[in-house]
Design a protein around this ligand. Structure first.
Ligand SMILES: *Cc1c(COP(=O)(O)O)cnc(C)c1O
Length: 388
């Protein structure tokens, strides 16, 4: 079916699906085969990257998923990867050469920061971190060998939205490759490629799959950029197994109903938390009090399912109170059907000194919540009982 001009919800279901159906199966079957027969017509002239093999990311399960994700992000191409970090590290290594420099936002996902700080320089690349709210001065951080600029559409755990318009404008003016981690909004809430970014990256572990049962990622870009990247990516070997492809494919189809429900629940819960006596501050882009509320309203279709709040008390008091929550689990990760919470100072940001955390605005009493698909009323009752 030709779905390019159809709406997002229809593309989620029908985009990239095989046509005609394979053996009339309504659902894309799993091709649990590592290798494929070489046709007699290509004998003697086959190119290595044209062999059909799971690591070369070209089995029927891969191809259907690539076509679907590309359509959802309104991009030319996409490739799925074995994790979000595989997407991020492969794209950075493949698109930024030895001797080149990357400008990176300062409050990125912990794994990305660690990779850029510790390993990127060992591999002959350079990085400079710029404050997310200082995009007006990007030229100050830029150098002669700057090749790319790397940001996140919504940061963790303060849910900051950098001036993405300015990032794109600066990148185009300077001829830099613009890269964005779009995990938090997911394509249901934001599409970076039509916005002007060159490369969008995903931890598909989160909203894209949405069920906390797969680790996967995706790189989304133009045909030309992915063609440049694929030979290295194929050798790095960060391919997604066909069965995981199937699970991701299945999870993706409900992205829109999940995320719109999560957008709506998170806003209700954020408002309810604002009225709780043990909550000092609620951080949610959907609240007018959030410093980037106007950007979120203008650029995103929804404010997302992630919210954070500062507990009014010490970190120990916060832990003691939150232990009494009945519904959300204390666990890292996000974007699944079940609500999860963490205190970033002891989880995602535990590798950073208290001083550096405070500089980033992350207090020890800060709690991050990923809103799941439970009834928002039940979650509100649970939070109020513990935090009021
Ligand atoms: C989880 C996450 C990653 C890493 O993804 P994995 O699938 O765990 O490798 C990268 N970026 C963001 C914003 C994330 O939330």
């Amino acid at each position: 079916m030709e779905t390019k001009k159809m709406r997002f919800e229809t593309q989620l279901i029908h985009g990239g699906e095989p046509s005609p159906l394979i053996e009339r199966a309504i659902t894309m079957p799993i091709f649990q085969s590592s290798t494929y027969e070489i046709g007699a017509d290509s004998l003697g002239e086959i190119n290595y990257h044209d062999i059909r093999y799971v690591r070369l990311n070209n089995t029927p399960n891969h191809l259907a998923l690539h076509a679907k994700i590309a359509q959802l992000e309104q991009a030319e191409s996409a490739v799925v990867t074995s994790s979000g970090m595989s997407a991020i590290t492969s794209a950075l290594l493949g698109l930024v050469a030895k001797g080149e420099h990357v400008l990176a936002q300062d409050n990125l996902y912990g794994g990305t920061v660690h990779f850029l700080k510790e390993f990127f320089p060992q591999m002959g690349r350079e990085v400079t971190f710029f404050p997310a709210d200082d995009t007006a001065n990007l030229a100050q951080y830029s150098k002669g060998n700057t090749r790319a600029i790397y940001v996140e559409s919504t940061s963790n755990p303060l849910l900051k939205i950098p001036d993405l318009k300015e990032v794109v404008r600066f990148a185009k003016k300077q001829g830099l490759l613009s890269m964005i981690d779009n995990t938090f909004p997911s394509p249901a809430n934001f599409n970076p490629i039509p916005f002007g970014f060159d490369v969008a990256l995903h931890s598909a572990t989160k909203y894209l799959n949405g069920h906390s049962d797969v680790v996967a990622g995706a790189i989304v870009s133009s045909k030309a950029i992915l063609q440049k990247l694929m030979p290295l990516f194929n050798h790095l070997g960060g391919c997604l197994d066909p069965h995981a492809c199937f699970l991701l494919h299945r999870g993706l189809k409900t992205l829109s109903v999940r995320v719109s429900y999560q957008n709506s629940s998170a806003l209700k819960i954020a408002k309810a938390l604002e009225g709780c006596s043990k909550v000092a501050k609620v951080i949610y882009p959907g609240l007018p009090s959030h410093p980037d509320h106007v950007r979120a309203r203008e650029w995103f279709r929804g404010f997302g399912g992630m919210l954070s709040f500062e507990f009014d008390g010490t970190a120990i008091q916060a832990d003691q109170a939150l232990k009494k929550l009945k519904i959300p689990f204390l666990a890292p990760s996000l974007g699944g059907v079940e609500s999860l919470y963490v205190r970033p100072a002891t989880a995602s940001h535990s590798g950073i000194s208290k001083q550096d955390r405070e500089k980033l605005g992350i207090k020890d009493s800060l709690v991050r919540v990923s809103i799941g698909l439970e009834a928002p009323e039940d979650l509100i009752e649970d939070f109020i009982e513990v935090l009021n």
